[in-house]
Structures are given as C-alpha cells and as structure tokens.
Design a binder for this molecule. Sequence first.
Ligand code: NAP
Length: 311
Amino acid sequence: MKAARIHAYGDANRIQIEDAPMPVLNDDDVLIRAVAASVNPVDWKIRAGYLKEMIPYAMPLTLGWDVSGVVERVGTAVTAFKPGDAVYSRPDIARNGTYAEYVAVRESEIAFKPSTISHVEAASLPLVSITAWEALFTAGGLSQGQRVLIHAGAGGVGSIAIQLAKSRGAHVTATASTAKMALVKSLGADEVIDYTAGDFAKQAKDMDVVFDTVGGAVQAASWATLRPNGILVSITDRPSEDRARAEGKRSAFVFIQPNAAILTQLAGLVDLGQVRPLIGAEFSLNDAARAHLASEAGRMTGKIVLYTGQP
Ligand SMILES: NC(=O)c1ccc[n+]([C@@H]2O[C@H](COP(=O)([O-])OP(=O)(O)OC[C@H]3O[C@@H](n4cnc5c(N)ncnc54)[C@H](OP(=O)(O)O)[C@@H]3O)[C@@H](O)[C@H]2O)c1
C-alpha cells in the first residue's frame, strides 16, 4: 500500500511516498481503508524528533494521527464494527499513523463517522475535537453561562473549541488576527479580540476558563484575564502551579489520548449542525511534505486534510 513515511527524523523533505507493507491486525484491531487523514502540528513535531524521548518510535514510521474511512476487515475479538462501516478515529500515536491507504486501529479508539459530512471533513475532526473537549469540559469544567477565553480561534483546535463551548452554552471570547476576526465570529464567538492590535488581556476580563493553545507570552499574559479561582488550561506549555497558587487561580495541562466516547458525542453534535469542520487546505498524499510546511508556518485557518484513498 502507499504511505507517507520517514526513515529518520528531520525536516519535511524526509517524508517519502512509498510502498509500505499492509498493517498486521491484532485481535482487537480494525483495518480501515482510509479516505482522508488530517495534518496536526504534532505530526511535524514527531517527524522532527521532538517527541522521541517520550515515544521510542521504530523506523520507518508512517506519520499522521487522524483518519476517516471505511472498515475493510476486523480482528477476531472485534464486536462493534464490521466491513463497510464508515468510521473515524484519532488513533494511538505510539503506532504507525494514518498517512496511508490502510491503517490498523484498536476498536476502542474508533467511532462511527458523522453521517452528514464527507470523509474528508470527518478526518479533520478527531484530534482537535478530543483535545478541545478534554481541555474545556474535562479539565476546565466549563458549563452553561460561564465565560471562556479561547486563544487562536481560527486555528485547528480553536475553531472547534469555540463551537464546543457554544454548544454548552458558554460565553465565548476568542483571539484572532485582523483578517480572521469575521470568520471566528461566524463560528459562534460572542466577542473576538484582534490580538495584533494590542494587549488582549486589557480586553478580556473575569474569565472562568482560559484555553491556551499558543503558550509562551500568551500564556503568561492570560493569568490576568481569569477571575479568582478561574482555571488556565494549556495544551502547549505546562502552566506553573506556583504561579497559579500565587494568583489564587488554578491550572491544568492536557495531552490528548484516543477517546472514542468523545468522538461518538461529537458525531451527534455535527449531525445536529452544532459543530462544523473548518478546512483551510487540502493536499494529496503525494504532497504530504508541502502540507507539513503549511502547518509549520503556524498561520493556518482551520485544518489541513490529506487525501489518502478513494471516497
Ligand atoms: N497537548 C495536546 O494534546 C495538543 C493537542 C492538539 C494541539 N496541540 C498544540 O496546540 C497548538 C495549536 O494547535 P492547532 O492545531 O490549533 O494549530 P494551528 O491550527 O496550526 O494554529 C494556527 C493558528 O494559530 C493562530 N495564532 C498564532 N499565534 C497566535 C497568537 N499569538 N494569538 C492568537 N492566535 C495565534 C494563527 O492565527 P493568525 O494567523 O491569525 O495568527 C492560526 O490560525 C500546537 O502547538 C499543537 O501542537 C497540543
């Protein structure tokens, strides 16, 4: 089968489009014939070797950890899926990824794809949606009527986070650069702050939850926007617990794990029209290296998807 793989860590031109062996199925695995994958920043961070201390990858490694496709075959212990089912997943990043025509994924990491959107749209959702869900709801405890500040509202995670927060009835403030403000408003944000026009922390106040998707100076400036005992949830830089204590506020760091239960609930929200995918660029599998360069530039609007197979 065709796959985009690396044989050593390095820059985008390390990605090779080549013939790879078909995945070997464990008893609890589902073989998915992939229609589309999506590109997330973690893909190029893994490609560059930034996670190699955390996860000891064997080479060659197939990149990519979002997929939507059709079940081709199931392992002997699989009960919930059968050949022909349309499914989507953010699989375990310790295994070979989804920039390939076929991928083996544990049954427990798969959900039925939303029925009202295409595979290409569905492939854009799992990783960013599980991340936003865990950050806002599980770690942040965001509930109806609360105020949340979401950084990078036009990004892959931010664009879904806004919609999820609105689906819970929260009041959403999001940051974006000037040209992306209208788009972020159209995703449902109640207020949009142009972060290029001045200090966002002067405009955002009394937040119950801040969702930090940027880190660094943005995270440091975000403490001032929280109400007492409010929570700063980051997915980029682990917030200092000492700082949180000194401020009389709380903090959390989220690192995504596969979660099919969230994907099932998400599919419901998508099919109700409460969450819609935002796709900013589409590439063929052959152009995986160009897709990585687009992600690394850090200016994407929504998600990048890769076509990995026939619809
Ligand atoms: N811990 C986890 O489990 C986890 C999971 C998912 C993602 N992440 C991390 O979270 C980060 C965001 O991921 P992503 O997929 O959303 O990335 P992305 O889609 O590449 O984010 C790009 C967006 O960030 C915006 N942006 C850049 N600097 C900004 C700033 N200072 N203020 C506001 N917006 C800014 C850009 O808007 P402009 O062009 O308008 O600047 C662009 O729309 C990445 O570092 C990723 O690795 C972590």
